[in-house]
Design a protein around this ligand. Sequence first.
Ligand SMILES: [Zn+2]
Length: 324
Amino acid sequence: MLALWIGLSACIASPIAPADAAQHAPVATVFAPSPPPYLPGREEDARVADLAFRLATRAALRCPVTVPALGFALQHLTQFELPDRAGLAATLALDRGPGVTLVVPDSPAAVAGMRAGDVLLAVGGTPLPPEEARDLPFVAARAHARADAILDRIDAGARAAAGGALSISVLREGTTLSLSLAPRPACPSRVHLARSVQRNAFADGTHVFVTTGLLARLRGDDEVAFFLAHEMAHNILGHAAVMRGGDVRRGLGRTLGKSGAIIRGVERDADRLGALMMHDAGLDPVSGAQALLRLDGGMLDGPFGEHDSPAARIAAVRAAVAAP
Ligand SMILES: [Zn+2]
């Protein structure tokens, strides 16, 4: 995160996991006179995006590699089932390009005047490629690849701007506007909110997924940020590669010997960096970690998931921010 999926890589880009997005009914563009910075039904996405953006940008100095964060998220026509697409084209013009689902307040996108409902037409003066699969049935992997390709294009445009402003052309109520966004350096991670009853958060090396099922069990921004920061830290620290390269055994035996040591080591490192990121962002990781006492044993953590006890983790978080 921010194109956090929120892609924190170019933004929090697509806050919804494409595989899950297709389960959603199309939303309508009916705005109040003073519209919120997100489309109807995207309040939780906006909350996750805001926190992910805050974590990624304020902790940027801790990350050896940074990405340009812009602070908006997108949705794409091919993330939806075929029968829904005509309606989305009619109401949100998603047939013209990716649509903005949310804008993080005070982010480069917000400062530039981007709004939820805008449709991206061009980045850095180059039109975005059309969705070639728009008439094909929904396939999660294909939708995911499309979303990432657009984020990659935005990232590349922001890098090409070399510290200057990135020009993004948007379609708004039938009119084409040119917006000028000044990217902000951020820790890399594309953060998504996935619609699922499972209570889970996980990282795959590039993306972070947190489920609505987990979000529903969390109390307050500190607790939500604790899980986001922990998963973002896995990506920032390259833990997916560590797990692939360390001969880590899965399933039975994973907690034993070398495999167990590697897994517990990356978990402790992710807790520590996550705590420091929260500290940088003005959030309280010790308060956030209290959620572990309620959720222990009920939450997975992708390929990792072998943690110390909640009490030990909370103590380690407290120690990390005591001497940041
Ligand atoms: Zn973990």
